[in-house]
Ligand binder design. Structure first.
Ligand SMILES: Cc1cc2nc3c(=O)[nH]c(=O)nc-3n(C[C@H](O)[C@H](O)[C@H](O)COP(=O)(O)OP(=O)(O)OC[C@H]3O[C@@H](n4cnc5c(N)ncnc54)[C@H](O)[C@@H]3O)c2cc1C
Length: 321
């Protein structure tokens, strides 16, 4: 039996949903003990939700040298200390914006192998799967180090519950840091309320959206189902949306349960960022558009007519309870 660590990300609403797939992956064949590391947050408040997915130990991490939110270096040093203290064989986290930062710092600090943006992991074979060349190939990569670190793409692993009773542990690491880097303020992007890379549902608008203002049609629909709103590069280049909303080869890589593409032709470069979506729905006026050959459901129609109807139906469903 090995101890598997999971770096938990929390937000204003507590534990982020995207963690549950990572915990599911960490369970593997069920023979491991799962340690959920909660840096700078209350383990007690995270316990009830984490134990639903099979976490046995919820570890509240803190550092003697100061708080963990303002110093990425101190955060990484604290995690490195905890990996050693709890004899962690593998640390899993999310390849989110925060995860990419902290896991890379941790790997550099500990000189441990790290692979990011994985879509699968086999803890017995010590391999991960990861897409390459804009999603055209899926590579299997083997770790030859102990311990090792893996960043999983948000939503890539299907979540499965495995309720158990977790124990809460407080661990204070004896770390100081140089103080070279201090985060003073974090400003939330105005572009979307739900993080694109972690969203379960994404509604994306392409070039025909035609203006920044028209994105409100998509936002009204997205808000009803807690979806994030994305954009194609054509829409971003035209100035209709900020780059933070761009999905694709040179934008964000997403893996939602449902991806609704409104006015997208279905370019290879756009698909490079969203082809692992579980269900893809396309709305396009051209019945011969390439996207209809790559989606699960297609609607031949004008997005300015179809999306408001969809919004109305969703609103009615919500009103009916
Ligand atoms: C190196 C490189 C990197 C790139 N990276 C990215 C990337 O990260 N992300 C990305 O998206 N692109 C990327 N691109 C650009 C990509 O090749 C396409 O040009 C782009 O994705 C097209 O965007 P689009 O589908 O919104 O627009 P278009 O290709 O113009 O397609 C618009 C579609 O909307 C349909 N349409 C028109 N009016 C309506 C309407 N009213 N209702 C419904 N449908 C309508 C049309 O029939 C058409 O199929 C990259 C290109 C290169 C060369």
């Amino acid at each position: 039996m090995s101890n598997i660590g999971v770096l938990i990300e929390t937000g204003d609403d507590g534990v982020k949903e995207a963690n549950f797939g990572v915990i599911t992956a960490a369970r593997g064949d069920g023979s491991h003990e799962i340690y959920a590391f909660v840096p700078g947050a209350s383990a007690e408040s995270c316990k009830s939700i984490l134990q639903e997915y099979g976490v046995q130990k919820v570890v509240e991490l803190s550092a003697e040298g100061g708080d963990l939110t303002s110093s990425p270096d101190r955060r990484a040093e604290t995690l490195a200390d905890a990996i050693d203290h709890f004899d962690i064989a593998v640390l899993l986290g999310l390849s989110s914006a925060g995860g990419r930062d902290i896991l890379a710092r941790l790997a550099a600090l500990t000189d441990v192998a790290l692979i990011q943006d994985c879509v699968g992991i086999d803890l017995v074979a010590k391999t991960v799967t990861k897409s390459h060349f804009s999603g055209k190939t899926l590579a299997t990569i083997k770790f030859n180090s102990n311990p090792y670190i893996c960043g999983l793409r948000p939503n890539a692993i299907e979540v499965q519950a495995a309720p158990c009773e977790a124990e809460v542990i407080s661990y204070q690491a004896a770390v100081q840091d140089s103080g070279k880097l201090v985060i003073k303020e974090v400003k939330q992007s105005q572009s979307t309320t739900v993080d694109l890379t972690e969203a379960n549902v994404i509604v994306t608008g392409g070039r025909p959206i035609a203006s920044e203002d028209n994105y409100k049609i998509l936002r009204q629909c997205a808000e009803l189902v807690g979806a994030a709103v994305g954009a194609s590069r054509a829409a971003v280049d035209a100035g209709y949306a900020p780059h933070s909303m761009q999905v694709g080869q040179t934008g964000k890589t997403v893996s939602p349960k449902l991806y609704i593409g409104c006015g997208l032709s279905g370019s290879v470069q756009h698909f490079a960022g969203m082809k692992t979506s579980k269900v893809i729905v396309a709305i396009n006026t051209d019945k011969d558009a390439p996207i209809f050959g790559k989606c699960d459901y297609g609607i031949v129609g004008d997005l300015f007519e179809v999306v408001p109807v969809l919004t109305e139906v969703l609103r009615e469903q919500q009103d009916d309870g």
